[in-house]
Design a protein around this ligand. Structure first.
Ligand code: SF4
Length: 236
């Protein structure tokens, strides 16, 4: 039997969602941005440069992405047959330790539902095309978990909209994706809390990274000549 702790925002009942931890100021202060999960999956060092060292550099791709998000978030709420659309929704999850914004949350009205609000269905807008890695899915899954905590019901599906294909890609929040999301949230939170910045690892992703100039992976991955000379002198 599920037991709700006194003082928790109860999500008990038949939702199948475990009760939330009791919020406390330390937990609230330790929340990290939702975007950090995506940055961490792309490259842990990129995540640390942005969220530990507070560095940022915009290139064409990030500028396009920012403008797209600003446009989507600034849109008005809409109601269409069977669906209500809300934009720029503030979210947080105490379970994952994240806080941020959802581009779009649709509330789908299904016949026979108990609540009049509708089933939450997050939609995240991306300027590019579907990726081979799961960073976008993890970000969307984290939003779904935030919505579950806010509304006390399971959110099993959402969608990613890609600007290049101009199509929606459905995403199922299955156990595997939830486990990856929780794992990435734990790792990113620990890295940010400990203010650790990992060394660079030069990969093909560096060519697509807006922080490449600041990171200097090609130069810093190998010890500089002077360090090698010093090490050789100490060995002799
Ligand atoms: S340049 Fe490469 S190593 Fe450096 S932050 Fe970007 S992806 Fe990571």
């Amino acid at each position: 039997m599920m037991v709700c702790r006194k003082g928790s925002r109860s999500l008990c009942g038949d939702s199948g969602i475990p009760p939330l931890p009791i919020p406390d100021p330390a937990t609230e202060d330790a929340l990290i941005p939702l975007s950090a999960l995506q940055h961490y999956l792309f490259c842990p060092r990129q995540c640390a440069l942005i969220h530990v060292e507070q560095l940022w550099a915009e290139d064409g791709a990030t500028a396009e992405g920012r403008l797209l998000h600003e446009k989507v978030d600034a849109g008005r709420p809409e109601t269409r047959p069977g669906v209500r659309i809300a934009r720029g929704i503030a979210l947080r999850s105490l379970r994952l330790g994240v806080i941020g914004l959802a581009d779009v949350v649709e509330f789908h009205h299904e016949p026979g539902r108990r609540t009049g609000r509708g089933q939450p269905f997050p939609v995240e807008y991306k300027r590019g095309k579907p990726k081979t890695h799961r960073a976008d899915e993890v970000q969307l899954c984290a939003q779904a978990i935030c919505l579950e905590e806010a509304f006390g019901e399971q959110v099993m599906e959402g969608a990613l909209f890609y600007g290049v294909t101009r199509r929606r890609q459905p995403v199922s929040f299955d156990d595997e994706l939830r486990a990856v999301t929780a794992e990435i949230a734990t790792a990113a939170r620990a890295m940010i809390r400990d203010m650790r910045t990992p060394p660079p690892v030069l990969t093909p992703a560096c060519r697509r990274c807006s922080l490449e100039t600041l990171c200097q992976p090609a130069r810093l991955e190998k010890p500089p000549q002077i360090a090698r000379w010093l090490a050789a002198q100490l060995r002799d």
